[in-house]
Design a protein around this ligand. Structure first.
Ligand code: ADP
Length: 643
């Protein structure tokens, strides 16, 4: 520094360096401090007079933020290096008073006019505040993530806990519906089933994190009968209102159209929630649901729904809390009335998604009115979907032996009874271990496998069965699970299951699935029209013979794609493998060749998972399958059997 004073204006340089917010310390070649600016004094706590002439390490002592270990400053290296060097991010400075400060610093050698090293300079900045803020931010982020994980786990567990009993309820209702009933009993049971169904729909919504968090809740636009819907809603709540001695009234303005296009499930969910609350918070008087038309704009009918009650009401200063996540206006109401504090939030989200708005008026002690307005397109009666035929029970012509693996007694009974009603023989295992033993001792045509079980879960049991069967007989396994989240089906298929049935099991779905899996007798349940049966014959369902011609016509295109797929797979280019597998899968989808589509889908998934061994194995299996199809397609006159 002193030498340079002849060539540059020393006074000006000193003034500039002294004004800098960054600390500057310079040393001679042996590491003795010969310069220090005011910021360096402030940061280190050392006065210039005391620091000058001392060893750098005495004033500028560094240590590791986490381990507290001293960090030597490599002065010799700094002086030898041509370029400035920085410090590690976790470096801290021990100040004179013993406190620690985070530093960001750069160090460089000082050279004289001839280029000879005459010392080192360190320019440093106190970044403690920034670091602390970053740390706090990180902590807050981690805490938020942990809370979010806990929420997800809670919801996933809750799903299981809730779905299992609902499974029982729906199963028992289905079974009772199969018995002789008078019309009132049947009506009541159908209403009970609708309630259980709507409960499930709500649970599905709450569970579907991706949907809620990303605001991707889908709103349907289907024709529905508003009057019927409101009638069903009133009926659902009739019993609980009656129990409390409340009058439940419905006022439907004559101008309100009967047939609309919208999302009846979501509309029902909102009204259900408001009526539920109204009944919950009213001890005497009435709860009224009224609907009126408020106008017509852009071809849409605007309706206003209002649920009013003569209940406890809500304090004025509490009104602002309504419609906020997990907020109950008064925590004592939770104890008294129960509830999650989610109902109004979900209602608000749904109403807004449907293009409307929701609000509330209340008078403490007098009652509350929750109202929302929604636009609907009018619908013609003729476009309404036909009422679903109730399931008719008929015995299968060929009873099969089915193993039900399920730990919950009620579910066991429901499943076993439903299958027996159909004429099948049923064995029951309580867990995966028992299932393994029973599979070893008996030849089953089908195994229905619950996933979450004590001792051994369904995934492991299925894997062991597949291992045991390697190269031999293939027993179709259908996974049963309450963990019905997006992507589950693919997960189960990739784990060696043939199909997947979400809980609660519905009778219609169970029968359809069992029929499909048993009728193909092959790996999966195929919904398409062209597949091979166990004897290697081409099977066409629904008289869709045209599907075979279509498949044959696309053989050249399929073969060309297969060559590309094989090349990509041979080169271990999983991205391209996935791409071609996807293309072929889409083509099979259009051609209604489910079995081939399914096999290709497995390849696509394996490639996506990044598992090249599985991809290659599945591709070689696909090639065999495809070769059989080609052979049969070529001699199809002998091969076709139509049913
Ligand atoms: P919860 O599951 O707790 O009912 P909601 O979001 O549906 O959750 O309601 C939030 C809170 O709003 C309730 O806990 C209650 O304090 C208040 N509230 C909702 N509806 C009414 C009503 N009709 N009368 C009085 N208070 C109500």
């Amino acid at each position: 520094m002193a030498e340079q004073s002849h060539t540059v204006d020393y006074g000006r340089m000193t003034a500039i360096i002294n004004c800098m917010g960054d600390g500057v310390i310079a040393t001679d070649v042996s590491g003795i401090i010969n310069y220090m600016n005011s910021s360096a004094e402030q940061i280190t706590g050392w006065q210039q007079q005391e620091a000058l002439g001392r060893e750098l390490t005495a004033v500028f002592s560094l240590f590791h933020a986490e381990t507290n270990e001293p960090l030597p400053l490599p002065l010799q290296e700094i002086m030898a290096a041509g370029e400035p060097m920085g410090l590690m991010p976790e470096t801290m400075l021990r100040c004179r008073d013993g406190s620690g400060k985070y530093l960001s610093a750069s160090c460089a050698s000082i050279r004289d006019a001839r280029g000879k090293v005459s010392g080192a300079v360190i320019v440093f900045r106190d970044i403690t505040r920034r670091k602390k803020a970053e740390e706090q931010l990180l902590k807050a982020k981690e805490a938020a993530e942990a809370a979010n994980r806990a929420k997800s786990e809670f919801l996933a567990n809750m799903s299981h806990e809730i779905r299992t009993p609902i499974n029982g309820i729906i199963g028992m209702i289905d079974l009772t519906l199969l018995t002789p009933l008078n019309s009132e009993q049947r009506d009541n049971l159908l209403t009970a089933k609708k309630c259980a169904d709507s409960l499930l729909l709500i649970i599905n919504d709450i569970l579907d994190f991706s949907k809620i968090e990303a605001g991707k809740m889908k709103i349907e636009a289907v024709p529905f009968n508003l009057r019927e819907l409101l009638g069903e809603i009133m009926k659902t709540h009739g019993v609980s209102a009656q129990k409390k001695g409340l009058k439940l009234k419905k006022r439907l303005d004559a101008s309100v159209p009967v047939f609309l296009i919208g999302d009846p499930t979501r509309l029902r969910q909102v009204i259900d929630n408001l009526v539920n609350n109204a009944i919950k918070f009213t001890e005497q008087g009435h709860v009224t649901l009224s609907v009126q038309k408020t106008g017509e704009r852009d071809g849409k009918v605007h309706l206003q729904f209002a649920v009013s009650d003569t209940g406890i009401g809500i304090e004025r200063h509490m009104m602002g809390k309504l419609f906020q996540s997990f907020s109950q206006v008064d925590s004592s109401t939770t104890r008294k009335f129960g509830g999650t504090g989610l109902g109004l939030v979900i209602s608000k989200q749904l109403v807004e998604k449907m293009g409307g708005s929701i609000w509330a008026h209340s008078e403490p002690g007098m009652g509350s009115t929750f109202a929302f307005s929604l636009p609907f397109l009018p619908a013609e009666k003729s476009v309404l979907p036909k009422e679903q035929e109730p399931v008719k029970l008929f015995k299968v012509s060929r009873p099969r032996t089915i193993l039900v693996v399920e730990d919950d007694r009620v579910n066991q009974e429901v499943l076993a009874r439903l299958l027996k009603e159909r004429g099948h023989r049923v064995d029951v295992a309580d867990n995966g271990l028992e299932a393994l033993a029973m599979h070893a001792a008996n030849a089953y045509d089908l195994i229905l496998m619950d996933i979450q079980m004590p001792q051994m879960d369904g995934i492991e049991a299925a894997a062991r069965i597949r291992e045991r069967e390697r190269g031999g007989r293939h027993t179709p396994i259908v996974a049963l699970t309450a963990f019905a989240l997006q992507g589950d089906r693919e997960r189960f298929l990739s784990l060696g299951m043939d199909e997947y049935l979400p809980k609660p099991i519905r009778m219609e779905e169970l029968y359809a699935m069992v029929d499909r899996v048993l009728s193909t007798g092959r790996q999966a349940a195929f919904r398409g029209h062209v597949s091979l049966n166990a004897d290697g014959e081409l099977v066409v369902t629904d008289n869709k013979e045209g599907a075979i011609t279509e498949l044959a016509a696309h053989l050249p295109e399929l073969e060309a794609l297969l060559v590309k797929l094989q090349e990509a797979c041979a080169e271990c280019d999983l991205e391209r493998t996935e791409l071609y597998a996807h293309k072929m899968k889409e083509l099979f989808f259009t051609l209604e060749a489910e079995e081939l589509k399914y096999a290709m889908f497995k390849i696509e998934l394996a490639a996506r998972r990044g598992n090249s061994n599985d991809t290659a194995l599945l591709l070689s299996r696909f090639q065999d399958l495809f070769a059989t199809y080609k052979k049969v397609l070529c001699n199809r006159r002998e091969g076709i059997c139509v049913f």
